[in-house]
Design a protein around this ligand. Structure first.
Ligand SMILES: N[C@@H](CCC(=O)N[C@@H](CS)C(=O)NCC(=O)O)C(=O)O
Length: 218
């Protein structure tokens, strides 16, 4: 297997970095991390050479360059199929792709109103009404998956692509004190208790606090 490098930005603020990193870890791909500050001009210029979208995460695997989180997930599933990032059953796989697609292309109100900030906690946070619609849809997705596949992960006993895609949402629900039913609260706890998640959180806590530009989206 060729060597792999995963380019990331902030561990505290970058939800897409977290998704890409979890996907690589779930897949069992040995990789080196490369951190870039995307608000630094020279780092952006360098990133542009490597990732045409100027976005992270970006995976380099030997000669192969993959950017965009969905593409990274599909690539990892192809090269490491035994990791079962996607469910084995075709219908479940289609379901998984559909909800990952929703996360990838949607929930913009949630993303802008409740940016990922792992070090923060905002008790009694008032959620903007459009973001409430996104939260309701995510809760419905989670409840439906956990009921059909039996949990504790979205597609059953094996964590995979969908859990990586929704993991930053679990952190947001905790950061912003979003009231959840017991099923969804338990799913959030399952995600937060994963050893990989604990490792990422530990590194996020070590980051400096002042990356203001990244407080906006992600
Ligand atoms: N659709 C992209 C989204 C990636 C993305 O938005 N990444 C953010 C970090 S969370 C980024 O690189 N921002 C850099 C910048 O805007 O300078 C994906 O799936 O990977």
């Amino acid at each position: 297997m060729p060597s792999a490098t995963l380019t990331l930005s902030s561990k505290n603020y970058s939800s897409w970095s977290l998704r890409g990193w979890l996907l690589c870890r779930f897949a069992g791909l040995p990789f080196e991390e490369r951190m870039v500050e995307t608000d630094d001009a020279s780092a952006r210029a360098e990133l542009l050479l490597l990732s045409p979208s100027v976005l992270v995460p970006r995976l380099t695997h030997g000669e192969v360059e993959v950017w965009d989180t969905l593409a990274i997930a599909e690539y990892l599933d192809e090269i490491l199929p035994d990791a079962q990032l996607l469910p084995a059953d075709r219908a479940a796989r289609a379901h998984c792709r559909a909800i990952c697609g929703e996360m990838h292309s949607g929930f913009s109100a949630l993303r802008s109103a409740l940016p990922m900030n792992l070090k923060a906690h905002y008790p009694n946070f008032t959620v903007w009404s459009r973001a409430k619609g996104d939260i309701q849809r995510i809760v419905d997705i989670w409840r439906n998956c956990l009921e059909i596949y039996g949990g504790p992960y979205l597609f059953g006993s094996h964590r995979g692509m969908a859990d990586a895609m929704y993991a930053p949402v679990a952190t947001r629900f905790l950061t912003y004190d979003v009231a959840l039913d017991s099923v969804c609260a338990a799913y959030c706890q399952t995600i937060m208790a994963m050893p990989e998640m604990q490792e990422w959180l530990g590194a996020a806590r070590q980051e400096p606090d002042d990356i203001e530009e990244l407080e906006v989206e992600f």
